[in-house]
Design a protein around this ligand. Structure first.
Ligand code: NAD
Length: 501
């Protein structure tokens, strides 16, 4: 293996894609994009400003008002969506290489992303074909029906963890619904988003339906959020960014869907299948480099198995293969960017004052040759962590976990609910009653019993408390991107008071 794998024909410059054309920023602004294993610049990207967002929204608005897409029959739209899915799968190897190169995600975990992205397009294609809406009869007087219509230009703002797949979560339902879109991908990882334009063009998506503007949140993202011709914003990112966007959307009362941060608990009771719980809780926090919104990053373990659990968990964490993201043997790669690395490392230092360190605690002892400056962090485990510790309360978004003991089910529930977040929860027990009662009481948008995060695209996705606003998934996504207009038809006489008669 070479010291530093670079995908073939890597673009040196990434442009916006507006109205069917690749363009630079009107004012020529650019920013630099780093790879996470050497932290050196590998490309520049056009940096979107107000004028570029205006141009993209104009193109999307034109395609919405005068293009064929919003009024096409669902079956015809679904055919395009299926072609998009096939084109995504055809790019699987290229996408995985690019994603690994740009994000530091291990190649074996990047490989699944194309299939998952493709599945989103197939799923929403099927949904719109099967879609039916209510017709309601008031005998002898009214027939009422729901006229579902796409809302308009949707602004899609996405984060850098599994960027392509998360973009597909928004692109697929927005486009399936007949909206046109402006995507603003994360500035740390713009590479894989550059694949969309060709995929959409070849699949036959009409010009102007998909537009992409690269750039920073404070400039491109902010201009998109505040644009008066954008009635919808779907955002995935940090909770504090979500708060800013929420405030900015208020001005023009936009529709909002927000998938935000998490500090999800994994609760392991004495009676759990011990080996399965270890496998799952290790995977649940260290997969995707720990840069995972639904990571089970607080593990609560019942006292009877606590010492055994801590010992087994630490042994596994120490054994995790950290290395070159392109090496198929790697289990944890490099963190996405030096800024994020600094944040994660600062929590590792905080953790040393708040818990007992039993694995990791800094950079790995051995780094891949030629990658000594890479953003590598050893899988880090703190135990005996108190609930008021910052590493118990705050999202770290890296390979760092806090383990805390509990005695009773009541105490476990109190600990589980004791953060501002409420995205996911994982419950490990073989007691049927307890598992359901606990799942229903825990403050989390999604709960998995005896499993890590395995998704069913039909079910709601999203968090409660500071983890999100509104749930997408299945028909909920279609509901978000469409308006359900009520049309009332009078069949009988209408009693009308004769004012002024
Ligand atoms: P971030 O909030 O820093 O950025 C997300 C996106 O928002 C980026 O494209 C950024 O440019 C943009 N942005 C930033 N400021 C903006 C502003 N003022 N106006 C408009 N756009 C702005 O998040 P991140 O660091 O890229 O991603 C990590 C976070 O995302 C974590 O908190 C993670 O939990 C969360 N996340 C949540 C889910 C979920 O489904 N709940 C999924 C993945 C990631």
């Amino acid at each position: 293996m070479s010291k530093h794998f670079v995908p073939e024909n890597l673009p040196k410059h990434l442009q916006h894609y507006i109205g069917g054309r690749f363009v630079d920023s009107a004012g020529g602004e650019t920013f630099e994009v780093l790879d996470p294993v050497t932290n050196t610049t590998y490309a520049t990207a056009a940096s979107g400003q107000q004028a570029d967002i205006d141009a993209a929204v104009d193109a999307a608005r034109e395609a919405f008002n005068h293009g064929p897409w919003p009024t096409m029959k669902p079956r015809a739209r679904a055919k395009v969506l299926y072609a998009i899915a096939d084109a995504v799968v055809a790019q699987e190897d290229r996408l995985a290489e690019m994603e690994t190169f740009d994000t530091g995600l291990p190649i074996t975990q990047a490989r699944g992303q194309a299939q998952r992205a493709a599945e989103n397009f197939r799923f929403f294609a099927d949904l719109i074909v099967a879609q039916h809406d209510n017709a309601l009869k008031v005998p002898g007087s009214q027939l009422n029906y729901v006229n579902r219509k796409p809302i308009g230009v949707a602004g899609l703002i996405t984060p850098w963890n599994t960027p392509f797949m998360l973009e597909s979560w928004k692109l697929a339902p927005a486009i399936a619904s007949g909206c046109t879109v402006v995507l603003k991908p994360a500035e740390f990882t713009p590479l894989s988003a550059s694949l969309w334009a060709k995929i959409f063009e070849e699949a036959g998506l009409p010009e102007g339906v998909f537009n992409l503007v690269n750039g920073f949140g404070e400039s491109a993202g902010d201009a998109l959020v505040k644009h008066p011709q954008v009635p919808l914003i779907s955002f995935t990112g940090e909770s504090t960014t979500g708060q800013t966007i929420f405030r900015n959307c208020a001005e023009s009362l936009k529709g909002m869907s927000m998938e935000l941060g998490g500090k999800s608990p994994a609760i392991v009771f004495d009676d759990a299948d011990f080996d399965a719980a270890i496998d799952s809780t290790v995977f649940g926090v260290f997969s995707l480099n720990g840069e995972r919104c639904t990571a089970g990053s607080r593990i609560l373990v019942q006292r009877g198995i606590y010492d055994k659990f801590v010992e087994a968990y630490a042994a596994r964490a120490k054994n995790i293969v950290v290395g070159d993201p392109h090496d198929p043997a790697t289990e944890v790669g490099a963190l996405v960017h030096p800024e994020h690395y600094d944040k994660v490392m600062s929590y590792v230092e905080i953790g040393k004052t708040e818990g007992r360190l039993v694995a990791g605690g800094g950079r790995p002892e051995q780094l891949p040759a030629g990658q000594e400056n890479g953003s590598y962090v050893a899988p880090t485990v703190f135990v005996d962590v108190a609930p008021d510790a910052r590493i118990f309360q705050e999202e770290i978004f890296g390979p760092v976990v806090a383990i805390t003991p509990f005695d009773t089910e009541e105490e476990a529930l109190e600990l589980a609910n004791n953060t501002k977040y409420g995205l996911a929860a994982y419950v490990w027990t073989n007691d049927l009653k307890r598992s359901h009662n606990f799942a229903q009481a825990v403050e989390a948008g999604m709960v998995w019993l005896n499993s890590h995060n395995v998704r069913d695209l039909r079910s709601p996705f999203g968090g409660v408390k500071s983890s999100g606003l509104g749930h997408e998934g299945g028909y909920r996504s279609i509901d978000f991107y469409t308006d359900q207009q009520a049309v009332h038809i009078t069949l009988g006489e209408v009693h009308t008071p004769k004012f002024g008669a």
